[in-house]
Design a protein around this ligand. Structure first.
Ligand SMILES: Nc1ncnc2c1ncn2[C@@H]1O[C@H](COP(=O)(O)OP(=O)(O)OP(=O)(O)O)[C@@H](O)[C@H]1O
Length: 257
């Protein structure tokens, strides 16, 4: 396949079942989609539809029951932060390490030398707007800042793809909106492919090129929406007829799902 035209994320006929025998729970059923390289795609759906399960398989932390997953041109066989960065809802920082050392941590595991580690961590912290904060400990940072550190840690190895599982869900509304704009800035500067799981329809539309809509369990894809709003996105766009039309379309799908 032509590398230039290959989807950065390819999911084919993915099924995920938990448990066994009479206790089986089918979380995902025959899910297929492609995220082209460099695109920002959100996944929305009712609670329990399998969004997190999907992301856990795509980052190599959980195995598919059947189907195939390819990211950045290769099958996913386990965690691979050089290829796939991940950011979760909780920042999950080590409280006893500074922001800089938290970002360096995955590089330390790889045996990267001290100077290179510090350079890369500082560059990642700059990218998320935390220049000068490397020496701070997590308890000295706000919720938004902690999540920025977590994003810096997710991209410190410069992966092609960034997977995000409700990264701003624990933040207050104002911080959440600022973080959305920050994330778009980072995305535009780094050209990474982003898959973003969220409960917020507004956030999904505001950030994305495409929105994948999933049904209630067992999760299936019921719609894929192209968001043709111009970039850069602005707060004013969220009250335009086009934005409302897209939000209504997703809501109709989720309501009946
Ligand atoms: N380890 C597990 N063992 C058993 N069932 C599981 C496990 N993980 C997930 N499930 C079930 O699979 C379904 C999908 O869960 P998942 O967390 O992926 O959904 P979700 O869409 O991310 O939910 P939410 O939006 O509430 O975060 C749920 O019904 C959940 O209870």
């Amino acid at each position: 396949m032509d590398t230039l035209h290959r989807g950065e994320v390819e999911v084919r006929n993915l099924t995920r079942t938990f448990g066994s025998g009479g206790q089986e729970i089918r979380a995902l059923d025959d899910v297929s989609f492609t995220i082209p390289a460099g695109k920002f795609v959100s996944v929305v759906g009712p609670s329990g539809c399998g969004k997190s399960s999907l992301l856990m398989m795509l980052v190599g932390l959980s195995e598919a029951t059947s189907g195939t997953l390819e990211v950045a041109g290769a099958p996913v066989t386990g965690p691979d932060p050089d290829r796939i960065g991940v950011v979760f809802q909780e920042a999950n920082l080590f409280p006893w390490l500074t922001a800089g050392k938290n970002v360096e941590f995955p590089l330390m595991l790889k045996g990267v030398g001290k100077a290179e580690r510090a350079d890369k961590a500082n560059a990642a912290l700059d990218l998320v707007g935390l220049q000068g904060f490397a020496a701070r400990y997590p308890h000295e940072l706000s919720g938004g800042m902690k999540q920025r550190v977590s994003i810096a840690r997710g991209i410190v190895q410069d992966p092609d793809v960034l997977m995000m599982d409700e990264p701003f869900a624990a933040l207050d509304e104002q911080t959440r909106m600022v973080m959305g704009d920050e994330l778009l800035n980072i995305w535009e500067r780094t050209k990474k492919t982003v898959m973003f799981v969220t409960h917020s329809l507004t956030e999904a539309i505001y950030l994305s090129d495409h929105v994948i809509v999933m049904s209630a369990r067992p999760g299936r894809i019921v719609d894929r929406i192209d968001v043709d709003l111009p970039r850069p996105r602005t707060f004013e766009m969220t009250s335009t007829p086009e934005f409302t039309r897209l939000r209504n379309r997703i809501w109709e799908q989720i309501r009946v799902a």
